[in-house]
Design a protein around this ligand. Structure first.
Ligand SMILES: [Cu+2]
Length: 161
């Protein structure tokens, strides 16, 4: 009888360990940064004109390497002198690829197509909170000027080849 109980306990122990291992495996896979690769194009945001900024932000809850950052203190003029309001201020991507911005500043900023006072209406992130991401896919070759609606000195370019 005792032997049976011990055998049962061992079997139970093994099953718990196996379940535990597969569970931790699942967690590891979920937090794998490769899975949330911004390079992977999402059909929902294939067109900059149609993409919804709210939706693209929701997809970026996990670790993502941004392509462009808005560094700290760009809410004051001066970053334009060294061209570091958006870093890099000029990014070249292949047609069909996406660009992910990250606001690393403590102020709101935006990624808005066009130049200050003359938005082109192609895309607009709206106000990005500190540490908020914004991702866009570019399907048309061209040079896309963009700027921050809050800070006229903040402007940069996406070049799609
Ligand atoms: Cu700004």
């Amino acid at each position: 009888m005792i032997k049976k109980i011990i055998t049962l306990a061992i079997i139970l122990g093994i099953s718990v360990t196996v379940i535990g291992l597969s569970f931790s495996g699942m967690i590891f896979e979920e937090s794998n940064p490769e899975e949330s690769n911004p390079e992977e194009s999402n059909p929902e945001e294939s067109n900059p004109e149609e993409s919804n900024p709210e939706e693209s932000n929701l997809q970026n809850d996990f670790l993502i390497t941004p392509d462009v950052v808005m560094p700290t203190k760009v809410s004051r003029p001066g970053c334009d002198i060294e061209d570091i309001c958006y870093i890099p201020s000029e990014i070249v991507v292949e047609k069909g690829n996406s660009v992910t911005w990250l606001n690393e500043d403590s102020s709101f900023h935006s990624v808005t197509s066009g130049v200050y006072g003359e938005p082109t209406g192609l895309f607009d992130s709206g106000y990005l909170d500190p540490y908020e991401y914004y991702t866009l896919s570019f399907d048309e070759i061209g040079t896309y000027d963009y700027y921050c609606t809050l800070h006229p000195w903040m402007f940069a370019q996406v070049i799609v080849e």
